[in-house]
Design a binder for this molecule. Structure first.
Ligand code: SF4
Length: 216
């Protein structure tokens, strides 16, 4: 059941979102490089437990070698494992990419579906990956809970949950729909520049007067 959000908390959330808009991009952008929807899907599968920079390095060559979703569907497992080795968890990722590519070819005519239930049926695709696709490709309001969103949403006091799916649903209640896609983009920027995992710079943070973890 939806939790009631007090007027004071609603104002605090809105002020935080306003400040994020003032300090970071209000345009949709993706930190993973891609040219087609299926490339973004594969890049996002590769990004599990891996930095976007590393994924971008790997996909630069990978998408030269495998030029279509059919190429991935027909890939040799061992060879693909070698190609993506440096992104980590390469056994599972390679297996999932091939299964996912086959399902796209057989069940979806080579297209990436828009529907979250169809997306999450694909191998290697959880809600996070599905929401990346829905937000970036289809501009469907969606909240991507990655490591930055999970950590900083807890710090800001938007959630106390640890499970990404519970966090996603709690954020959907607290953040206005028109800010769902931007929230992930802006929080990644904040997590990389100010609220870093190792050393959050609370004294320099423009959210410090509104943040429940400032200075802690
Ligand atoms: S005040 Fe500190 S903990 Fe809160 S968002 Fe800023 S850097 Fe992160």
């Amino acid at each position: 059941m939806a939790k009631r959000i007090s007027k004071v908390e609603r104002e605090r959330i809105n002020k935080i979102l306003e400040l994020l808009n003032q300090h970071y991009s209000t345009e949709y952008k993706c930190f993973l490089n891609y040219e087609t929807p299926w490339q973004l899907l594969i890049a996002t599968i590769l990004s599990a437990q891996c930095t976007d920079e590393r994924v971008n390095l790997v996909t630069k060559d990978l998408f030269q070698k495998y030029k279509s979703i059919e190429d991935f569907a027909n890939a040799d497992l061992k060879e693909l494992e070698k190609d993506i080795h440096s992104t980590g968890f390469y056994h599972n990722k390679a297996k999932n990419i091939i299964l996912c590519a086959r399902a796209l070819c057989v069940d979806h005519g080579g297209e990436v579906p828009r529907d979250i239930d169809e997306l999450t049926k694909l191998a290697g695709v959880g809600r996070k990956t599905a929401n990346v696709i829905r937000g970036n490709i289809y501009h469907e309001p969606s909240i991507v809970v990655d490591t930055h969103v999970k950590r900083i949403s807890n710090k800001l006091g938007f959630t106390k949950e640890d499970d990404p799916v519970k966090i996603e649903f709690e954020l959907m209640e607290k953040i206005p729909k028109e800010h769902w896609i931007l929230y992930n983009i802006q929080i990644i920027s904040h997590g990389r520049s100010i609220c870093t995992a190792r050393n959050p710079k609370c004294s320099e943070c423009f959210l410090s007067s509104l943040c429940k973890s400032a200075g802690k």
